[in-house]
Write a protein of this length. Structure first.
Length: 363
């Protein structure tokens, strides 16, 4: 059965997102149709709009979402009608070299694919869906390995955030950097992902968590997430960080912006022998320049964290259990609750550096 739904679409790089009628494909073998109940507005979606990333168009936006399964195709074993699920924008194939060598977040089948055709159409024109999902819509049709069951008692907004912002941020701390109790942590960029890094660092027992943003309005959010210090971004950031870390610099720095300038700032503010983890996704032509001597003498490690270096199939249920048990609070992340028509305004707020996460709620 095909379905006509409302969706947020961008028709070209730099164009304004708009509501459009989307015709979903029929559910095939191994696929499910999910009624979206909540979807977070992530910076990666904005990157699809403003041209930082260059997916094909027209494009249905949205990838951080949760909902209820309303139809399951033949052969589906992971989900049944009525199940509550979070969506996974990079589902592992479980067969490629990376998947069979313990790195499903680098799956050769899905990693690096910004958008896919899945049989959806807009005005009889084939449409692409962001990261294989296109979740700013009333419903989506996705492969069964793109859904992860979550407890029905978990509220929809936090369930949606688990699949991207929370998993990405917490995974960067736990899986990539492996922050230990007593260490010092610097976090640059306090959107939904950066605030999730702050919370995970404190949960890991970091003694000092320095949260940095360009906007003073992020101070309260940083403190709610567990930051011990809030700093405004400036040319003197490395000096300020050293003054709070016994003159050494941070043990760990997490760059959650995706710009060469902030990657260099994170590098300079990290101690000799420390770790710099790039979590933000930037432009392909924004080059990071470091001197060969600095790389050698500083003995720092620079690496990225893709989707938190996590296996969502195991970590999303664990995070859901932490939320329900009160070990993980996400209340501070949801700063605006909106409808589909409000997504363009949410992008504008994001561009101005306001708030943490706007979450679309649908019933």
């Amino acid at each position: 059965m095909t379905a006509r739904v409302s969706a947020v679409v961008v028709r070209a790089a730099g164009a304004s997102p708009e509501l459009a009628e989307l015709l979903l494909p029929e559910v095939g073998p191994g696929q499910v149709r999910v009624a979206i109940r909540a979807a977070g507005v992530c910076h990666s979606d904005l990157s699809m709009v403003n041209g930082t990333l260059r997916p094909p168009y027209p494009l249905v936006l949205g990838h951080e979402a949760a909902g209820e399964v309303v139809e399951a195709g033949s052969g589906v074993t992971r989900a049944a009608v009525g199940d509550h699920v979070a969506l996974n924008w990079q589902p592992a194939c479980r067969m490629c070299w990376f998947c069979t060598h313990g790195q499903p977040w680098l799956c050769a089948t899905t990693s690096g694919i910004a958008a896919l055709e899945n049989g959806s159409t807009i005005d009889d024109v084939p449409a692409y869906v962001t990261l294989g999902l296109g979740a700013f819509a009333d419903q989506v049709v996705v492969p069964e390995n793109a859904v992860i069951g979550v407890p029905p008692e978990l509220e929809w907004a936090p369930a949606a955030l688990l699949g991207c912002a929370v998993l990405t941020g917490s995974g960067a701390v736990r899986n990539t950097a492996r922050v230990a109790a007593g260490e010092s942590v610097l976090v640059i960029g306090l959107g939904g992902v950066g605030l999730s890094v702050v919370a995970a660092a404190r949960a890991a027992g970091a003694a000092t968590v320095l949260a940095v943003d360009v906007s003073e309005s992020k101070r309260a959010l940083a403190e709610a997430a567990g930051a011990t210090d809030f700093l405004l971004a400036s040319e003197t950031l490395s000096k300020e960080v050293r003054s709070r870390t016994e003159g050494r610099g941070a043990d760990h720095a997490f760059e959650c912006v995706g710009r060469s300038a902030t990657i260099r700032a994170a590098w300079r503010a990290t101690r000799r022998g420390g770790q710099v983890t790039v979590v933000g996704m930037g432009r392909h032509d924004d080059m990071v320049e470091l001197s060969a001597l600095d790389i050698f003498s500083s003995a720092r490690t620079l690496r990225s964290s893709v989707y938190g270096n996590a296996d969502p199939d195991t970590e999303v249920p664990r995070l859901a259990a932490d939320v329900l048990a009160g070990r993980l609070s996400l209340d501070h992340l949801v700063t605006d609750r909106i409808g589909l028509a409000d997504v363009p305004a949410a992008f504008e707020r994001m561009g101005r550096g306001e708030g943490a996460r706007s979450v679309v709620l649908l019933e």
